[in-house]
Design a binder for this molecule. Sequence first.
Ligand code: HEM
Length: 483
Amino acid sequence: MESHELARASPRGLFQTGVMDVITLILSLVILAISAHLLFAGNYPNAPPCIKGWIPWFGVAFEFGKSPLTFISQARDKYGPVFTVVAAGKRLTFVTLHEDFRTFFMSKDVDFEQAVQEPVHNTASISKESFYKFHPACNTLIKGRLTPGNMAQLTDHLCEEFNDHLETLGDQGSGGLNELVRAVMYPAVMSNLLGKYNSPGSPFTMEQFKEKFAVYDEGFEYGSQLPDMFLREWASSKCWLLSLLGNMVVKAEDETSSESGNRTLLQHLVTLITDKFLPNYGLLMLWASLANAIPITFWAVAFILSNPTVYQTAMEQISAALKDQDTRKTKVTAEELQQMPYVKWCILEAIRLRAPGAITRRVVKPLRIQNYIIPPGDLLMVSPYWAHRNPHYFPEPEEFKPERWEKADLVKNVFLEGFVAFGGGRNQCPGRWYAIMELHMFAALILFKYDVTLMDPLPKPSNLHLVGTQQPETLCTVQYRHR
Ligand code: HEM
């Protein structure tokens, strides 16, 4: 546990052997890029204020990388609502006003695939051709499988999985809450979405899987920017996961004859992707389904436990809905989840407070925002984390206030105005209904089955990462006893 927490707190540890190589590469790229930099955006006099530091190409990469979330907020205060940050050869143009989010999500002059293709290549080794060929159909498939109406098909199996893995905690014990969440959710979600028989079977393999996936997830942001040769431990975890997914694909191919409604997402992908990168898409899917959901589950449970009034209200609803059920094999159905709206508000409030640091699109044609023209090639950025701290939409934004969700029409699947944790437009997170359902179920189950107590103060969120949701900065121990 502690080693994982420390690795989070010190991502530079990932570079270990490659520091000199990185410096040499950077210096060569700096020289090569100076002329390109001079031309870069030169034809757009109405471009937004640009923070580019004094080193061409490299820009303010160090200051930005040290604490991207703090940098964004300070830059907004100093330069106004639209500004460009030059970092390691990239121009990141941030839009911070809600009135401009529609343009970000809906404009035909920005593109999701062009923004993520290179990171996808670095993190999942999928070729450019394959990505442009299969990504749209992949997105449509996942969206179609994970609609709110299809959730009931997944809840029974997920509930069984959660029960089984929660029972492995034993009658009582203590440990890091983050590690506990991972131990239960990694295997349960993997089995639920990608297939039971495809999950690593033996406890040894599952331990290895957890270890490899944690390294892969922790290094994902650096891995998305740098070639594998600079991140050796991370790259070897990626290879291990790809070979695991390769085996899972073989099994999924054998089982695709099962009825369409019962097929896992992996079995659906098998019928869609016809090139050699099929396991690589499986890895991307696995990462997308775990990377944001796991830390937010941690935060949701930690927020509930750290606030006695919230805990009491949540427990009253959970006890009323599950009544005198067996705490060893508790069955939570979609209907029972509906009887616990307050717990769902807690989940949405945790997602609001720990929303992804940034989401991105590539500008493909000159784009007007406020009085500026954003040049093609820029990466357009929105920070859901900061958007959710706008007091106009979320009064007392830093407070954990589940009641604010009472105003949202959740029966019609409408979120609160200003809530952008799942992005928007054509590429809005296709796993959002699944994410809300799994977090809701996990919180209800763990609190019903176990008496859990926080032994440490609620940690601060780490501000080291821009991609995805925030990790806890310090260890957060819990004690638990089976009810
Ligand atoms: C609380 C948990 C989650 C959060 C906060 C979250 C957030 C996001 C965001 C912000 C995006 C990018 C949207 C955009 O750029 O407009 C995204 C994409 C995606 N998410 Fe999620 N997500 C979560 C859970 C999940 C889960 C559980 C799954 C799978 C079951 C999933 C699958 C995906 C996929 C496949 C994409 C890529 C979509 C594409 O390629 O077009 N996510 N997510």
